[in-house]
Design a protein around this ligand. Structure first.
Ligand code: ATP
Ligand code: MG
Length: 90
């Protein structure tokens, strides 16, 4: 993955993300080249039929895809930072 976000004001850029599972029965292309980006203040929703790769593509951003899978040709970069709300939780 290459860190290139921010050059155009974006917070998140995903370019040409592939996630393939190398199983005993062959290669499963869970994600086959998606690209998207987000700017500050925008809300992004992933919509698709069951099995279309919503969960796997999101897990890839967190580097949490299963060991069986490989992410390739991905360019993902983020300037976003996570934070916890201050104060006590109920
Ligand atoms: N452990 C695995 N081994 C092999 N292939 C897998 C595995 N997990 C997921 N896949 C493949 O990745 C594809 C995408 O799965 P993913 O869970 O990302 O879909 P999804 O869009 O989140 O589906 P849903 O709407 O049902 O949650 C699946 O259809 C399946 O073919
Ligand atoms: Mg899912």
């Amino acid at each position: 993955m290459a860190a290139t976000a921010g050059s155009n004001g974006s917070l998140l850029e995903v370019r040409d993300l592939h996630i393939h599972f190398f199983t005993g029965a062959g290669v499963v292309k869970a994600v086959d080249g998606i690209s998207y980006g987000m700017r500050a203040g925008e809300t992004l929703g992933l919509v698709g039929e069951s099995g279309s790769g919503k969960t796997m593509s999101s897990l890839a951003l967190l580097r949490l895809i299963p060991a069986l899978a490989r992410s390739s040709e991905a360019r993902c970069a983020s300037k976003a930072r996570t934070s916890r709300p201050s104060g006590r939780t109920r």
